[in-house]
Design a protein around this ligand. Structure first.
Ligand code: BG6
Length: 520
């Protein structure tokens, strides 16, 4: 794996939290599923970024928990993860002190006796390091273990110690359909009070996602036009060039709809669609998000498209089709691409279609939101030139680049100079995050981990939210499961997905934006 060297600027991170009061109390973070990819690639780099920025207390411990007997190997492995995936210099002077806080505990997730031993070990560490009773349990295991772990923590009295704040972070996917999500909520709330539960969606940790709220609500000029009177339609794309990267067994059960659409994309949609919250506290924000989701009528199956990639060329390299990936059924019916057309039936949005698409092995990596405005009457202008970039008068388009190449651009028409006619050509006004604020190697988990340690639930999903979004997508999942796709694979790796996804928009006289990314 290539090592990416970037300068981490602690001030990038310390600007986000509001000051020294944002440093959590001494405590222990316990990560279940610690031998997995997420822990090494995302969680430890993010924790180290917080340490670098002096946002963690001096007395704290991180205990990795997994089945394998790893011992000291674990801390060494996490150290290399921080360097390889966190953009951190291997000689960073703060690495040693950070690594000294890492421990490991081997545990069989189903064995109650192991939890008793873990509890005793946490008490021992706390005593040795002078830490009080604060514990944060992070569940980064495969989802089938979530309920069992929570139940065991409850049975050992680890969810409600007398002294200290105890909370649980649950990774996605939270359930695999409506009834499993309801059941999981029930199991979790039988042990933890809702204010101890942090259902994480790492998209909400991304600066560019949080900036959507600033962009909309801290600027005077966008909100007045942010509605059905001015907006023609909205497109949200989460395009990845990666395939399933060795996660075949997980992905076979998930598919694009469960993996990305029901969670990450619905979070993006809620930030685009919501009314201004009365404050940025967690209840006010969640209330507004839920109102958006509740206003979405059930999605007809005709407004959905699924796809699966076959072999193809991505970034100049030949890549295998999904069915040839490691540990994937050679006749798999799992979708690696999903596209949806939906509407939000409220006063702000009625009649404005939202088109969502997510896919693996697409042409370019880009997560973007495009707000296309209505075309004004243009008869007074000379239509277009016969060739070059000005052959078409295009409506205003606001593009929010969530990643990579983070920024925002606005397309508008300008007069082509030196021609006597009033010929209009589309031009772009661009804001680039890196140019404005410098590069940051934060991965989004920094903010969310810190918030969870501090007990701030604003950027986490509430039980209502996950149930409503599952309620929307469960009928689609059921309809897809009932009817195997006729032609799978139906798109080449390295393309923009199956042709039938184009029809979804063509039917409305529109087309997908395929010039994603700043350079188009
Ligand atoms: C995860 C999905 O939640 O998000 C992955 O499980 C996906 O399949 C990833 O690749 C995308 O995250 P990001 O931050 O790279 O857009």
């Amino acid at each position: 794996m290539a090592t990416v060297q970037m300068t981490v600027r602690p001030e990038d991170l310390s600007q986000v939290p509001r000051g020294t009061e944002r440093i959590p109390e001494p405590g222990i973070l316990v990560i279940f599923g610690a031998s997995g990819d997420l822990t090494k690639r995302k969680l430890f780099p993010a924790l180290f970024h917080l340490w670098q920025a002096n946002l963690l207390p001096q007395q704290f411990a991180i205990v990795g928990v997994a089945r394998r007997p790893l011992g000291d190997e674990f801390a060494a492995d996490m150290r290399s993860g921080i360097v390889d995936f966190g953009g951190v210099d291997a000689n960073d002077p703060k690495l040693e002190s950070f690594v000294s806080h890492i421990g490991y505990f081997a545990l069989n997730f189903d064995d109650p006796n192991h939890y008793a031993a873990l509890n005793a070990e946490l008490d021992r560490i706390a005593k040795e390091k002078g830490i009080g009773g604060d514990r944060l349990f992070y569940l980064a295991t495969a989802p089938e273990f979530f309920a069992g772990i929570v139940e065991n923590l409850g049975a050992q009295g680890m969810a409600q110690p007398e002294k200290g704040r105890v909370a649980v972070v649950i990774e996605k996917p939270f359930g695999h359909d409506l009834s499993s999500a309801v059941e999981l909520n029930h199991q979790i709330n039988a042990v933890f009070h809702e204010n101890q539960v942090f259902r994480i969606d790492h998209y909400l940790g991304k600066e560019t996602v949080q900036n959507l709220l600033v962009f909309r609500f801290a600027n005077g000029i966008f909100e007045p036009v942010w509605n059905r009177n001015y907006i023609d339609h909205v497109q949200i794309t989460v395009a990845e060039t990666l395939g399933v990267e060795g996660r075949g067994p997980f992905y076979e059960k998930a598919g694009a709809l469960r993996d990305v659409v029901q969670n990450h994309m619905m979070e993006l949609l809620s930030f685009v669609g919501m009314e201004p919250p009365s404050s940025f506290d967690s209840d006010a924000v969640r209330r507004e998000k839920v109102k958006v989701w509740r206003a979405i009528p059930s999605i007809p199956i005709l407004n959905t498209v699924r796809g699966q990639y076959g072999p193809g060329i991505v970034a100049g390299e030949h890549v295998a089709g999904y069915r040839d990936e490691e540990r994937v059924n050679p006749e798999s019916g799992t979708e690696t691409f999903a596209a949806i057309r939906l509407e939000i039936e409220n006063w702000r949005w009625a009649g404005v279609p939202f088109y969502l698409r997510a896919g693996k092995r697409l042409k370019r990596r880009a997560t973007e939101i495009s707000i296309q405005f209505k075309q004004p009457p243009l008869l007074i202008f000379n239509r277009m030139q016969s060739s070059g970039p000005c052959t078409e008068i295009q409506p205003n388009l606001l593009t929010i680049r969530i990643q990579p190449d983070e920024g925002i651009s606005l397309r508008f028409g300008a007069k082509v100079p030196t021609t006597p006619e009033m010929t209009v050509c589309p031009v772009i006004m661009d804001f680039d995050y890196e140019a404005a604020f410098g590069k940051s190697s934060a991965n989004g988990y920094e903010r969310l981990l810190l918030d969870a340690m501090l007990g701030d639930q604003t950027l986490f999903a509430h039980r209502d939210g996950v149930e409503i979004t599952w309620a929307l997508y469960t009928p689609i999942l059921q309809a897809w499961a009932a009817k195997k796709p006729e032609v799978f694979p139906n798109y080449f790796a390295g393309s923009w997905g199956p042709e039938c996804a184009d029809h979804l928009l063509e039917h409305d006289g529109r087309r997908w934006r395929n010039d994603l990314g700043r350079k188009g």
